[in-house]
Design a protein around this ligand. Sequence first.
Ligand code: GLV
Ligand code: MN
Ligand code: MN
Length: 442
Amino acid sequence: MQRRQFIQNASLTALGIATFGGIKAVTRSAASGNALRVNGKRIESRIFELAKFGMDANGHGTRVAFTQADIEGRAWFIALMKKAGLNPTIDTAGNIIGKRKGKNNALKPIAFGSHIDMVPDGGNYDGTLGSIGALEVIEILNEQNIMTEHPLELIIFSNEEGGTIGSKAMVGDITKEGLQQRSQSGLTMGEGIRAIGGNPDDIQSCIRKKGDIHAWLELHIEQGGILEKENIQIGVVEGIVGIVHWEIIVEGFSNHAGATQMNMRQDALLAASKLVIAVNEVINSVKGTQVGTVGKISVLPGAYNVIPGKVQMGLEIRDLSADKIDMLFKEIERRAALIAKASKTNIRFERQANESKPALTDKKLQQTINATAKSLGFSTKFMQSGAGHDTQHMSSIAPAAMIFIPSVGGISHSPKEFSKAIDMENGANVLMQTILFIDKSN
Ligand code: GLV
Ligand code: MN
Ligand code: MN
């Protein structure tokens, strides 16, 4: 037996598919499923096509959720879904949902997809790969006239980058307060959902309960540099970090920058700067993979000759333990009180409504993805996700898992984000074969 054939058979055996001495002995449908491959060229050309929506004059992407570019990108995607026979609809949270019938429509659907919105000045692969890869799976099944047992659902979640809003809503975790939070587009979450065809007044209608979905899968770029550095083709995600945001408001006193002596000032920006450093020190003060960032700041009134009277900043902390996030924040608060006292300013923290809890993916699905990837001849690694994903919410209502592929240079949320066509193709093949295996196995 050739080595490649041996590896393939060994992996299929690990998957619970009897090989009976050779691949030909595998049941007909499983064998034909395994021979199926996605069209890598089509995936890459669609990545470039979608990138045009919201691209500015410098070639940078601005397809922020709820903006005109997002609306146009979604329309492009919806048209492709229609062409693929998915009859897409928009749920009340603005999620795009396409359905493909199975042989047994009494079974719960296997759902998969991702998001197509991006951060300001973002990259062309984050979310879009999982969305385009999911559509590719549907199209291959269509082209090969393959009917799965389970119905399939392709889901494109709304405003992933602004707090995984669509998936939070789908699992019933969005609050009134969350809908009133202002999004990056300038609209509130509720207004934005309405702008893309949802209905925030009836947000409950989009909720899926535990047991409504057979399994959820998301293909995604890693967004870090581990897979590339270790020369691994496929990442199997074990857990996704929790994410909490706070607005920090520092109030000092605006005064004349020339006539106010240095010891008479209540400089809000000076206090804020010390706090930024304190955040970094606190996050680094304990062992672990926790991260903390002050990623935005505005200074008022903002003039050369005026001492800053007010500063507003955004703080984010991420970790796999919610308790650790709370512990780190308490220490940041303690340091802030000391800074406020010394600088005669007032520092206030406002915890934002749309936070994400840490989540683990489904162990059985992890094993299936790993064995499927190996059966296709790919190297794999079990790993954590430092980025947030819709999958972390879906894991509360369904067995959920993620497939990662390498990000060149470990760069993401940047116009320099890039993944190779071959890696995207590999990831989409793992997604497709995993879906087919789940479909047959239970
Ligand atoms: C989403 O990409 C996030 O991790 O913020
Ligand atoms: Mn993403
Ligand atoms: Mn992202």
